[in-house]
Each structure stands twice: as structure tokens, then as C-alpha cells.
Design a protein around this ligand. Structure first.
Ligand code: ZN
Length: 289
């Protein structure tokens, strides 16, 4: 008798990456979901494909901080797809449908943006149907929920990309890290004159990188050390924001255990809305499997 052939599990294709502010239908209270531009932050929700998207009330503080940071610094000069007007709404962070509305209004966006409670994936413990980034640029959680990592940063008054924060909003430990990262990034490294010599035997030979002579540092060892320190700070900040988002969605923290009790609690509440569910059991029960 021929041995039974085991079927290999079929690979499920990964969802597409949300690139150009796509609009898709999902199983949420307002079904039309307006994603921001690639690597953006805030997601809009609408009843129909034509109605103006509304933001989730849980993001109001983050939106306010994002607008304040845009006004304060690096993101002041923001142009939308070739339009040379300076926008009051950072085009990278919001769905392009809202950015188009902002183009016609020279007023503080907080006067016309609308917020309604319990619309977003976080408030509904739902998984976005699109991905935040390609698998080359982030691990699983970032791919699936990257927008919510950015929201966590803005909620704390910190820019998720640049070393910039609102000192009286951002927690002190984050302000300290951001200030140090900014100092490292802004400093002018001491470099020797770059020399490009065609002869490999010449003492002046400098290897080309992408058609340009590679930078030669006066003190390469300490330069490397400074770059490593900056990279470490960037990673620590990213992990800090990501851990907040991970906990909100019930995922383990970066480098820790499994799906948390809080996610289980939220799922039970969602599946059994009529039943009273008690969380925070005084004793954690462990089952013998
Ligand atoms: Zn929400």
C-alpha cells in the first residue's frame, strides 16, 4: 500500500502594503478604511466610499501633538504631490482624502477634523487588512500595525521618525534620549579631505561607494562608536513606542513571552458582548496541558 503523502501547508500570501493612501473595506464599525500614505500614521474611517473620513477619538491627542510638531520644526515645509502650498496637515501622516480637504482650508485642522469613538483597529482589537511596510523593512508586528506604533509616539509628543518632541508632554526619559540622539545627529563629523585616486596602490586610494569616494573620517574608530550610539538610541526609542502599541493589541513586548491576558480579555468581551466579563483574576490559573 502506498504511503499517504503528507500535504504541505499552503503559504498564505502576505497582504499588500498600503502605499498610496489606499481605501479598502474592512470589518469595522465604519467599513471604509482610509489609509495614509506609505509609512503614515493616522487612519480614517467612513460609512461609504464617498463620505469624508472620520478619525478615531482615541487619536485626538496624538493628532494634536502631530500638528504641533509639524508647526514647530522639521515638517513645516510639507508639500502634497507637487502642490507647492505649505500644508497645515502633514501629508505623510494622514489619508490623502483629508490632505485634499486641508489644501482648501487655511485654518487649524483641529477646527474641521472629526473624531468619533471606537472606530479604529485598536479600539476594536482588529487587524488591518493591509500592511504598513514590506517584510524587508520591519518584523511582523511593524508590518501589521506600524501606523499604531507611530500613533503611540505622537501620543507621547514625540515624532516617530525624527529626533523631535514636545518637552512638556513627552516623558522625561524619552526627552533625554531624543536630545542625545539629536546632538549626535547634528554634529559635524571631522573628516579628512576626500581623495579619489584611480591607482589601488596609491596611499590616497579611497574606495568608491555608489560612484562617490567613501567618506574618510579623521578618527574612524570614534566615528564608528558615535554612529553605533546613535543607532542604539534610535532602536531604544523605536522599541519604546512599539512596546506601547504591542501591549495595546495584546502582543508580547519586543523580545518577551506570548499573547497576553489583556488580548484574551478583549477578545472574550468582543465575542460575548452580553456577558459580564471579569478581568484581573487575583490568581493566574495555569492549565496542565
Ligand atoms: Zn481608536
Amino acid at each position: 500500500m502506498a504511503a499517504k503523502r503528507r500535504r504541505r501547508p499552503r503559504k498564505v500570501p502576505l497582504p499588500p502594503v498600503a502605499l498610496k493612501s489606499p481605501v479598502v473595506k474592512e470589518d469595522l464599525p465604519l467599513r471604509w478604511v482610509y489609509y495614509p500614505e506609505h509609512y503614515g500614521t493616522f487612519i480614517g474611517f467612513a460609512k461609504t466610499a464617498n463620505s469624508k473620513p472620520v478619525l478615531c477619538a482615541c487619536t485626538e491627542g496624538a493628532v494634536r501633538n502631530c500638528l504641533a510638531l509639524a508647526l514647530a520644526g522639521v515638517r513645516t515645509q510639507i508639500y502634497h504631490r507637487g502642490d507647492l502650498r505649505v500644508l497645515r496637515l502633514p501629508s505623510q501622516d494622514f489619508p490623502s482624502r483629508l490632505v485634499r480637504v486641508a489644501l482648501g482650508k487655511d485654518v487649524d485642522p483641529m477646527t474641521w477634523l472629526r473624531f468619533e469613538s471606537k472606530l479604529c483597529h485598536r479600539c476594536n482589537v482588529a487587524t488591518p487588512s493591509l500592511r504598513f511596510c514590506h517584510e524587508m523593512y520591519g518584523e511582523k508586528f511593524k508590518q501589521g500595525y506600524g501606523w499604531y506604533i507611530n500613533q503611540a509616539a505622537y501620543r507621547l509628543g514625540a515624532n516617530p521618525v525624527w529626533p523631535q518632541c514636545i518637552d512638556d508632554v513627552t516623558p522625561e526619559e524619552i526627552v533625554t534620549k531624543i536630545t542625545e540622539l539629536k546632538r549626535l545627529q547634528d554634529r559635524k563629523p571631522e573628516t579628512r579631505t576626500k581623495v579619489l585616486d584611480v591607482s589601488k596602490d596609491s596611499p590616497h586610494f579611497v574606495e568608491e561607494v555608489g560612484g562617490w569616494p567613501a567618506e574618510v573620517f579623521a578618527d574612524p574608530e570614534s566615528e564608528k562608536e558615535l554612529q553605533r550610539s546613535a543607532a542604539r538610541l534610535r532602536r531604544e526609542l523605536q522599541n519604546y513606542f512599539e512596546n506601547i502599541a504591542r501591549e495595546e493589541f495584546g502582543f508580547r513586548r519586543v523580545g518577551e513571552g506570548w499573547v497576553s491576558e489583556s488580548l484574551l480579555f478583549k477578545i472574550v468581551c468582543r465575542v460575548l458582548p452580553e456577558t459580564e466579563t471579569i478581568s484581573s483574576l487575583p490568581v493566574r490559573l495555569s492549565a496542565r496541558w
